[in-house]
Design a protein around this ligand. Structure first.
Ligand code: T4K
Length: 400
C-alpha cells in the first residue's frame, strides 16, 4: 500500500500514512546536530560601533582584555588566554609546557586533539577508554608509560569529566604534565569546582558548534601566572616586546569581533544550559525504554553542560545498526552525527602507530561503531525531540 503525506500542517511536522494508519512523522525543516546560540543582534551593534570608532581590530585590544578578565571571573578560574580557535590553543599549550617525546592520549576525540601532538613533533600513545564515560581509562594509563613519556592528554568527551584524581596521582608519581582537552567542557563543575582547574592546563573551544561560541575561538585555562605570560608571548609570534622573540611563536590571537561576541555570550549561556537540560530529560524519558538504545547521565556530583547528547545503539537488541539509524534519521530530516567515528587511531595518518592497533583499543573501537549524537541546542523544541524519538522507535519497528 502506498505511503502518503497526509498532513502538511503549519506546525512544521508532516505525517506519513499508509491507509488510515500514521506510520511516521517528519520535520519539514532539517534538524541538525546543533545550532549556535547567538546573542540578539541589536546587542552587538554598540560593540561594532566601538570597534569601528577605535580601529583596534586585534592584538589584545580592549574587548579582548575585557573578555579575558570576565571569562576568568565567569569560570571561577585564575588565568585565561584567549585564542583564535582551540586547535591553535592545544598546539601552543603543548609548546608552552615544553612537552616532547610521547604523550598518552585518547583515540576517542575530534582529530584536532592528536593533530596538536603531531604538530609539536610528539608521538601520540593511544590508551583505551572507559565504556561508562567514554573518556580515557585511567586504569590503563600506567602500563603505557615509557622513559619517553612526558605528559597525559585526556579529553572530557561530551563534557563528561575524566577521572581527574586518578590521572593526577599517576602524573605526580611519574613526573608527568596533564593537559586536558576541555573543548566540550565549558561550565562543567564537579562538587562545585570548575573542571577546568584540573591538571596543568585545560583547553576550551568556542567554535560555532559549541555550547558557548565566538564563531571560531578557544582558550587556555591555567593556574600559573608565569605560564600565562609564556602563552601570551607564544600566541603572538613569541614577541615579549617590540624587539624580543622568546620562543617559536605562532599567530593564535583572538580578534576584537570574536571577543565582543564572547562578552555577550556570557549573558546567555546559562539559559542555554537550562534549555538543553530539559531537552536531555525529554530524550531520556522517551528513549530509556527503547531496547538497544543506551543514554548517559553524568554522576550526581557533576553540574553538566549538556553540550552533546550521545546514544549507543546495540545492533543485536535494537535490530538495526548505528549506521542504518544514522541514514534513516536523515529520511526524517534529522541530521545526527557519529562523533567520534572513525576513531583517530584508525585514520590513515595515525593507524601505523604501535598503540593504534584494534587489539589495544577494543572499547574505543566498539563505542565508535555504536555511538550517535542526537541534535541538542536551546532552540530545539521539545516537540521536535519527541519527533526524533518517534523516528528512532519507527526504525526499530521496521517501519518506513
Ligand atoms: N578538541 C575537541 C575534543 C573538539 O571537539 C574540537 C572541535 C577541537 C579540539 C578543536 O576545536 P576548534 O579548533 O574547532 O575550536 C565540528 C567542529 O568543526 C569542531 O570544532 C568540533 N570539535 C567537532 C566536534 O565538530 P564538523 O565537521 O562536525 O562541523 P560541521 O560544520 O559539519 O557542523 C555540524 C553541524 O552544526 C552542521 O550540520 C550545522 C551546525 N552548524 C555548524 C556550523 C559550523 C551551524 O548551525 N552553524 C555553523 O556555523 O566539526
Amino acid at each position: 500500500m502506498a505511503i502518503r503525506i497526509t498532513r502538511d500542517g503549519d506546525d512544521g511536522i508532516e505525517e506519513l500514512t499508509v491507509g488510515n494508519e500514521i506510520i511516521g512523522r517528519i520535520s519539514e525543516e532539517p534538524i541538525y546536530v546543533t545550532k549556535p546560540n547567538l546573542p540578539p543582534l541589536e546587542k552587538l551593534y554598540p560593540s561594532l560601533v566601538a570597534i569601528w570608532n577605535r580601529k583596534i581590530l586585534t592584538n589584545g585590544g580592549p574587548f579582548h582584555q575585557e573578555f579575558e578578565m570576565k571569562l576568568a571571573e565567569f569560570l571561577r578560574v585564575k588565568h585565561v588566554n584567549l585564542f583564535a580557535n582551540a586547535t591553535l590553543a592545544l598546539i601552543v599549550g603543548l609548546e608552552a609546557l615544553r612537552i616532547s617525546g610521547e604523550v598518552i592520549t585518547t583515540p576517542y576525540s575530534f582529530v584536532a586533539t592528536t593533530h596538536a601532538l603531531q604538530w609539536n613533533g610528539i608521538t601520540p600513545v593511544f590508551c583505551d577508554i572507559d565504556p561508562q564515560t567514554m573518556n580515557i581509562d585511567a586504569d590503563k594509563i600506567e602500563a603505557l608509560i615509557t622513559p619517553r613519556t612526558t605528559a597525559i592528554m585526556p579529553v572530557h568527551v561530551y563534557g563528561h569529566p575524566c577521572e581527574t584524581k586518578k590521572i593526577q596521582s599517576i602524573a605526580d608519581r611519574y613526573g608527568l604534565k596533564v593537559i586536558y582537552d576541555a573543548a566540550h567542557a565549558f561550565g562543567v563543575t564537579m562538587n562545585d569546582r570548575n573542571l577546568l582547574l584540573e591538571g596543568d592546563m585545560s583547553i576550551l573551544s568556542f567554535h560555532g558548534t559549541k555550547l558557548f561560541t565566538t564563531f571560531e575561538g578557544g582558550a587556555i585555562v591555567t593556574k600559573d601566572s608565569t605560564l600565562k605570560k609564556r602563552i601570551d608571548f607564544l600566541k603572538n609570534f613569541g614577541f615579549a616586546d617590540e624587539v624580543t622573540v622568546v620562543g617559536p611563536g605562532i599567530n593564535g590571537k583572538m580578534n576584537e569581533l570574536q571577543a565582543a561576541v564572547g562578552l555577550l555570550g556570557l549573558e546567555i549561556v546559562g539559559d542555554e544550559i537550562v534549555k538543553r537540560r530539559s531537552i536531555a530529560q525529554t530524550y531520556r524519558s522517551c528513549l530509556d525504554l527503547v531496547k538497544g538504545i543506551a543514554t548517559f547521565e553524568p554522576p550526581g556530583d557533576v553540574s553538566y553542560n549538556y553540550s552533546y547528547f550521545p546514544i549507543l545503539v546495540d545492533e543485536e537488541e535494537f535490530g538495526v545498526s548505528r549506521d542504518e539509524v544514522y541514514e534513516r534519521l536523515k529520511e526524517c530530516n534529522v541530521f545526527a552525527r557519529r562523533y567520534f567515528y572513525p576513531l583517530i587511531s584508525n585514520m590513515p595518518t595515525y593507524r601505523g602507530l604501535p598503540s593504534a592497533s584494534k587489539e589495544n583499543l577494543p572499547i574505543a573501537n566498539e563505542i565508535a561503531s555504536r555511538v550517535l549524537c542526537l541534535p541538542i541546542y536551546g532552540e530545539l523544541e521539545l516537540r521536535d525531540v519527541r519527533l526524533i524519538c518517534d523516528c528512532i522507535r519507527n526504525i526499530a519497528a521496521g517501519r518506513p
